[in-house]
Design a protein around this ligand. Structure first.
Ligand SMILES: [Zn+2]
Ligand SMILES: [Zn+2]
Length: 115
């Protein structure tokens, strides 16, 4: 699988400045790196499966310590191989990627922070 790269301007959890955060998603792991200070959060694939959209909505409704990010990327799905919107949720504890077409979901768990 080709990696997905996304960018989001947000307050860095480490240096506390508004800076571009670079998100790289691979099949088995994912990273969020601050373009200002270089602090990187590593996430590791925990499970895959078909989920309904509740898995995304739950994160929207839950109270978080840090504001979660909700991103979308239209790309070829890992599973159904069709071009479809992929919902991406990034929180301090996990990252969720879900295909709106087939429901295929990858859940990554936060692993370490490197500063
Ligand atoms: Zn930073
Ligand atoms: Zn799909």
């Amino acid at each position: 699988m080709e990696k997905w790269t996304l960018k989001k301007s947000a307050e860095c959890f480490n240096c506390k400045t508004i800076a571009e955060q670079i998100i790289e998603i691979y099949a088995n792991q994912a990273f969020v790196k601050c373009s200002n200070c270089g602090a990187t959060r590593y996430y590791i694939l925990r499970r895959v499966g078909i989920e309904d959209e509740d898995i995304i909505n739950e994160e929207k409704n839950r109270k978080h310590k840090y504001e979660p990010w909700f991103l979308e990327k239209t790309t070829i799905c890992f599973n159904c191989k069709k071009e479809a919107v992929q919902d991406i949720v990034i929180t301090e504890t996990k990252m969720i990627v879900r295909c709106r077409n087939c429901g295929f979901t990858r859940v990554y768990q936060f692993h370490i922070l490197e500063v």
